[in-house]
Design a binder for this molecule. Structure first.
Ligand code: SF4
Length: 406
């Protein structure tokens, strides 16, 4: 005779199978089912099958990446997320602020190697915390980091690249200005859990990681009709329900404004110098289930992306889970946020995709549907985009990575 526990597990399993069937037929995945699917390792195979099928239906057999040069304009930051090794204080020997000549030199080198995207990724509002940095900005002729980034983007544009900026929290006015020199903007939502801002959690010392502040910026980006990249960071102390709530918040904002072009599922990586040095990293199956649930929760036109350098042994598994994009990969600059994690060789990644039945293709840092609609790209940027769309630059060659520090 079956025990009650076995019977209720079987009933729960059949409910999940039914939820997957409804998702396969085009229905949204309900919150409870999404949480249960993340938790239930026994459902991994059918979950991945359905997510992969939905990806194939909408994105066909092409998986993309963006050839980029990573320009860490400054690694000073007023926040202190406990998993971060990127941020530095001004007196740290590894602190830097790139000068205009540095930005130009690295942009030219990146373009020469076939890069399309200039990723401006930097610390959050260091001018609010550091007097010396305010002096540096003033010497450069600027009052705020956002102003300086606008100049950096113009330099990158002049070098033939398409800027995509992730500078942390920006005001509406700052986004409106940066929109004129960026084809898209980004901000990782990371999590909607205010719990992670409380004492002893990863965002205790990071006022800019207040979920309400980040959600407000995402909403304003939608109002401004800015193609937007966001995502979640998993393995930082969030619950599975909070992971799903983060996805649902992104889905709802996209449904309101139509601006979310891609969602990154980024897995926490432990590093010896951080407070979380001994914290467990999300396992490959957990990352895969989260990608699959993201595919099922988000609307199908939203690209689901995972950084290939953070799961170097699991590319085939992540493809099975339903991702359709690998994000930015650089032939020139490292991932400054996870510098220990090398980019895969594009040829090797293409071979993995091919073995799984997919073609790896380059893409622009603005997705095609935003080029087809009016009002989503500043008119001054269209010639830059068309030039790069028309160019058939070869796949970037493999070169030794160098740090773009000044
Ligand atoms: S993760 Fe971003 S906001 Fe947090 S400390 Fe690092 S640079 Fe600053």
């Amino acid at each position: 005779m079956r025990s009650l526990a076995t019977g209720s597990r079987a009933a729960a399993r059949s409910e999940l199978v039914a939820a997957l069937a409804r998702a396969a037929a085009g229905e949204s995945l309900a919150r409870d089912a999404a949480v249960a699917l993340l938790a239930d390792a026994d459902c991994t195979e059918p979950l991945l099958d359905v997510a992969g099928a939905i990806r194939d239906r909408h994105w066909a057999r092409t998986v993309t990446y963006s050839p980029k040069v990573f320009l860490p304009v400054t690694n000073l930051c007023r926040d202190r997320c406990t998993y971060c090794t990127f941020r530095k204080d001004p007196d740290d020997p590894d602190a830097w602020t790139m000068l205009p000549d540095d930005i130009e030199a690295w942009s030219r080198r990146g373009r020469g190697l076939g890069c399309i995207e200039a990723l401006m990724c930097l610390g959050d509002k260091p001018e609010l915390a550091f007097r010396g940095y305010r002096t540096t900005l003033a010497a450069l002729g600027h009052r705020t980091t956002a102003e300086y980034v606008e100049r950096a983007c113009r330099i990158a544009l002049d070098c033939g690249l398409l800027p995509h900026t992730n500078a942390g929290i920006l005001t509406r006015d700052e986004m409106a200005r940066l929109r004129r020199v960026n084809v898209s903007l980004g901000l990782m939502l990371e999590t909607v859990s205010p719990r992670l801002r409380s004492r002893g959690h990863v965002h205790q010392w990071a006022p800019d990681k207040e979920p309400a502040v980040r959600l407000a910026m995402l909403r304003e980006a939608g109002e401004l009709r800015i193609p937007f990249t966001t995502g979640l960071l998993i393995g930082i102390g969030e619950t599975l329900a909070e992971r799903v709530d983060t996805l649902l918040a992104i889905r709802d904002l996209h449904r309101a404004y139509g601006h979310v072009q891609e969602v990154i599922v980024q897995n926490f990586r432990a590093k010896p110098t951080i407070a979380l040095a001994d914290a467990p990293e999300p396992e490959a199956a957990d990352v895969a289930r989260t990608i699959a649930v993201a595919r099922l929760v988000l609307d199908p036109e939203v690209s689901v992306q995972a950084p290939p350098n953070l799961s170097p042994d699991d590319h085939a598994l992540l493809l099975r889970a339903g991702l359709n994009d690998w994000g930015g990969i650089s032939p020139l600059t490292p991932d400054y946020v996870n510098p220990e994690a090398r980019w895969p060789h594009v040829d090797a990644l293409a071979a993995t995709c091919r073995a799984s039945g997919y073609v790896l293709a380059r893409r622009l840092p603005i997705y095609p549907r935003y080029l087809a609609r009016s009002g989503w790209l500043d008119s001054s940027l269209r010639p830059h985009v068309e030039r790069l769309r028309a160019s058939s630059a070869p796949t970037a060659p493999s070169v030794t990575l160098e740090a773009a520090t000044p």
